[in-house]
Design a protein around this ligand. Structure first.
Ligand SMILES: [Cu+2]
Length: 734
């Protein structure tokens, strides 16, 4: 008997061609200025609005979307997220589709061979962050009418997305300080640790070279539902069963979803139906969609559907019904030090994560559970559980949290028969240098992965980084191998938590290039992804110069970032600047005294970061200094070599290495044969805003400084330097 293959998996049904029923939308993208918080900021609007309009279709129709770029200078693109379509319409600029230049119009026309909740967004630079996302809904042809409400969740930052991205690369925790203003404790400073009697935890954390626990990277000024701080669906009455189509259109935020009117029934994920499952809450990874059904309990009441960011700093609400507002319980602040304590157990000294034999997968063991007061109780009465259920939220509490093992497709999803190509990907990352990769290689450091029609591709993913990653595959659905056998659910985004191993598989039915990447926008832009290529019969009609397009596509993760810090103090000016890419860095430091006696010193070095954790930084450089009138300084350095502190002009070769306690060892030898070893650590968070800088070296030079952070640019600083003495002043950070 011939096995039936799920329509979203089988051979591409696009060949069936266009149906006569065409649903057409015209979209005009323009530059716009918006003010969500009182600050006027640049954003992108489509047909004048943010987010972009909800596009509604019926399965089996032909979609025709005419996109005009009405922006003055920027090129753009639109990707149809979760849609099965010919690859040259997929909308990844330079990979599959030509960018839409200013003034240009492109037409996207494809048959709709699926139904469900999807979305569309720009795939160009960071445009998605500032308004370029919208809902894409395909109704089933025959489905009984019921009330429904579409909600696309997103974030708003008053900072330019380019600036957000640059700051993520400079390991500056201004974002944590901003979060701390809303949710004290977010910085996880020494004072926070002492206040919570967790100094030992903090020290062990730093011994293992971990900075603060970062639940999410970016501080947002607002979270939005359908482009508004609060959204509503007032025309619902008691007893109504309403289908809420939720889309996480955020660039980097995961959302917890809870509801004031009782249980929620999850009926679809990423557009595909699942057997109904009742839950109290669920988390939505970036770019995931979930359809839920809720029942409105009573009239004259508006029930809150609450979406809270994973770091619990912000939330946004949708009010279902009208009348007196029934609130959902707000999510309590995370218990960060509990999380740090757990990380101390799981982090090996080499930076690898060790799940201690718990075989974590499919979100069933949520290691963050130790940080959730609603599961483990308030801090004082903390419930702890040992053994296998230590991180199993559903075993620890009465609250039912959705996980991937609970998703079951109502129809079989077995792959069509065919040879299996098995791939193993380890997700790797480094928070401080913001290098995100697969097997420590970024998109531009790898070739396309060849897949062929008729083949089934199985990917075993292991997350060896400290963050969760929502991995998205373009143009296909994959089965999440979750113990449901032939009824494994179909998805196009897989959230994978730290230490988890998950298996997904898909049929390589679609020709062309398909991007597989982390959907945290800033991780994708740092290179966390791969490209699958299923050789097409004909060359791509919209990118005639394939080689040139590929090179242009690879530019994405090759960006250089600039940062600088300088102190203007009573005893001189000292500072540093750095230009860095994902592997290379050019650093320069200066110390300019106002008098001959204080002297002047400038050095620069250029090097490459090595290793998964980027702890090694071999480099070459130059060092120039001059100083007069010092008779008191030692004649020799620690290596019994004559000191050249008063006049030096040399080149040097050496390395930096990050030691336990996040101390950086800098060792070098210069062209005069002199050795120098230096230990330093900057930005030790004594309190959320008070930072300590320390340095000492084998030339008997030392420095200690205290900095109080005023805002993202300015700090007041006092320091003592063995060459220049005591100084106070202001410090500027770019
Ligand atoms: Cu990621």
């Amino acid at each position: 008997m011939a096995q039936t293959v799920h329509p979203a998996l089988g051979t591409s049904r696009l060949q069936g061609g266009f149906t006569p029923q065409v649903t057409r939308y015209d979209l005009v993208i323009t530059d716009t200025l918006v003010s969500y918080t009182g600050k006027l900021r640049k954003a992108y609007a489509v047909n004048g609005g943010i987010p972009m309009p909800t596009l509604t279709f019926t399965e089996g129709d032909t979609a025709m979307i005419v996109v005009r770029n009405g922006m003055a200078k920027e090129e753009t693109s639109l990707h149809w997220h979760g849609l099965i379509l010919p690859y040259h319409l997929d909308g990844v600029p330079y990979l599959t589709t030509a960018p839409i230049k200013p003034g240009e119009t492109q037409v996207y026309k494809f048959p709709l061979v699926q139904s469900g909740t999807y979305w569309y967004h720009s795939h160009t630079n960071l445009q998605e962050q500032n308004g370029m996302h919208g809902a894409f809904i395909i109704h089933k042809r025959e489905s009984p009418p019921m009330p429904e409400h579409v909600v696309i969740l997103s974030e708003w930052t008053d900072m330019k997305p380019m600036e957000v991205h640059r700051r993520l690369h400079m390991a500056n925790d201004w974002s944590a300080i901003k979060k701390h203003q809303v949710r004290p404790g977010s910085v996880q400073s020494y004072s926070d640790a002492i206040g919570q009697r967790a100094l030992g935890v903090k020290l062990t954390n730093e011994w293992k070279r971990m900075n603060a626990m970062d639940v999410s990277d970016v501080y947002y000024d607002l979270l939005l539902a359908n482009g508004r701080p609060v959204d509503e669906a007032p025309r619902l009455k008691a007893g109504d069963r309403v289908r809420v189509r939720l889309i996480n259109g955020g660039a980097s935020s995961y959302f917890w979803i809870t509801f004031a009117g009782g249980k929620m029934t999850v009926v679809a994920s990423d557009g595909m139906d699942v057997e109904p499952v009742e839950v109290d809450r669920f988390i939505m990874g970036v770019a995931e969609t979930y359809d839920i059904i809720v029942t409105i309990p009573a009239d004259s009441t508006a029930y809150e559907l609450l979406a809270t960011s994973e770091d619990r700093v912000r939330s946004t609400s949708v009010w279902l019904g009208s009348g007196i507002r029934q609130l959902a319980a707000p999510l309590q602040p995370l218990k960060y030090f509990e999380g740090m304590k757990m990380m101390n157990d799981m982090m090996r000294m080499n930076g690898d994560l060790d799940d201690m034999g718990m075989h974590m997968s499919l979100q069933q063991m949520d290691m963050n559970v130790v940080m959730y007061p609603e599961i483990t109780g308030p801090k004082e009465t903390s419930r702890t559980s040992e053994g296998d259920d230590r991180y199993n939220g559903n075993a620890l509490s009465d609250i039912v949290t959705l996980n991937y093992a609970m998703l079951r497709s109502p129809t079989p999803t077995a792959l069509p028969p065919g040879p299996v190509k098995e791939l193993k990907f380890t997700l790797t990352g480094n928070m401080d240098r913001y290098l995100w990769a697969i097997d420590n290689k970024t998109v531009s450091e790898t070739d396309r992965i060849l897949i062929r029609k008729g083949e089934n591709v199985r990917i075993i993913l292991h997350n060896n980084s400290m963050m969760r990653h929502p991995m998205h595959l373009h143009g296909h659905f994959f089965r999440v191998v979750n113990g449901q056998g032939d009824h494994a659910p179909l998805k196009n985004v897989l959230d994978i938590m730290p230490m988890e191993t998950d298996t997904i598989e898909f049929a390589a039915t679609e020709e062309g290039d398909w991007f597989f990447h982390c959907h945290i926008l800033y991780h994708m832009m740092s290179g966390m992804g791969r490209v699958f290529t299923n050789p097409p019969a004909e060359p791509n009609p919209v990118l005639p110069d394939a080689r040139k397009a590929w090179r242009r596509f690879l530019r994405e993760d090759k960006a250089w970032h600039f940062m600088a810090m300088s102190d203007f103090a009573t005893n001189g000016i000292d500072g540093e600047a750095m230009l860095m890419s994902k592997r290379w860095a050019l650093q320069t430091e200066w110390r300019l005294g106002y008098t001959e006696m204080h002297g002047q010193e400038v050095e620069a070095h250029f090097g490459r970061y090595f290793g998964k954790m980027q702890w090694w930084f071999p480099n070459i450089g130059i060092d120039w200094r001059t100083r007069e009138g010092h008779t008191d300084s030692p004649e020799e350095n620690m290596f019994q070599q004559r000191n050249t502190k008063n006049s030096r002009s040399v080149a040097h070769i050496g390395f930096q290495y990050t030691l336990p306690m996040l101390l950086v060892l800098d060792a070098r030898i210069d062209t005069d044969g002199r050795l120098r070893a230096q230990l330093m650590r900057h930005d030790i968070p004594l309190t959320p805003r008070l930072r300590l800088d320390l340095m000492g070296n084998s030339d008997y030079e030392y420095m200690a400084g205290l900095r109080y952070v005023l805002d993202k640019t300015w700090a007041v600083r006092g320091h003592y330097d063995s060459d220049m003495g005591f100084g106070v002043g202001v410090a500027f950070t770019y």
